[in-house]
Ligand binder design. Sequence first.
Ligand code: MRU
Length: 350
Amino acid sequence: MVERVEAVRFESGKLVLLDQTLLPSEKVFLHLDDVTAVWEAIKMLRVRGAPAIGGAAAYGLCLGVAAVSDDAGTAAFMAKLREVRDYLASSRPTAVNLFWALDRLVGVAEADSAGDVAALKARLLEEAHAIKAEDEAMCRAIGEHALTLFDDVESVLTHCNAGSLATMGIGTALAPVYLAAEQGRTIHVFSDETRPLLQGARITTWELGQAGLPVTLIADGMAASVMRQGRIQAVIVGTDRVAANGDVANKIGTYGVAIMAKEHGIPFYVAAPSSTIDFGTPDGDAIEIELRDPDELRRLGERQTAPAGVDVYNPAFDVTPARLVSAIVTEKGVVRPPFEANLRKVVLGA
Ligand code: MRU
């Protein structure tokens, strides 16, 4: 098994998160027991990547109701649970895993609400642990299915970070790379740096480096040229939300990568655990895209890189239309177009 750093874990009553804003220069773990600190960690991308956000939020919800007295009564407990759910849900809008995980815990508590408060707290923590364990298994299964697409693939391009630090397992888009390594085979990764917050440069290259796997960093603007040189046989990215029709929201810049891949006849794959597929959202237009602080574009750390007052448009994600997606790799299998019907068939068995 390849060594990996855990982005999210729960230990001694605390949520332990690797602070990803400090990578690659510092490896600092935050030990959180306060729900406002969990909200801040999600908002500020200390924990990031759709499945990791979902896992952190599930543990955050447990922390947010921990102080409710065991004698408070279940009605008061459920009221507090819903309040904390809404609070955590306000941290970031695009990754559906956030809402999926929070609502899964609230649903479990609703189903059990005849029990006492202490039992409900224990049940919620058990469910948060289940989400983490399931995510780990989903990552491996996605990796196995993705590898079936990579027989002749020596190098892939990825955008942002959909690796172990974005999940609670070996990642989604990077899972086949880790699995290949376990099998003694190398899949070389080209990592887009991923402006403006540099998840590709800071996080993807760091985690692959920690695992001893080869990676080449390129600026976002170099991807077309590297494709044209024939150095990439497939693109694989993660996603924050897949709509029912197969439109894919992912880190800003992904749509451009998909267009470039089409131009060069390179397959464009999306790795998506079923927790990221949102059958309640009909298409990409219905996905809320997070707008972030303009200073992310005006500054690079302490350094001003644009005039302080310049007008900025800074969406954190974009939507790649389903027609540009060659396949969506889920833990249940590889889904090919037409996605509207085939996602339901493979993921829901409908
Ligand atoms: O803003 P981020 O860093 O949370 O964005 C992350 C991504 O866009 C990932 O590709 C996506 O969440 C999938 S993670 C398996």
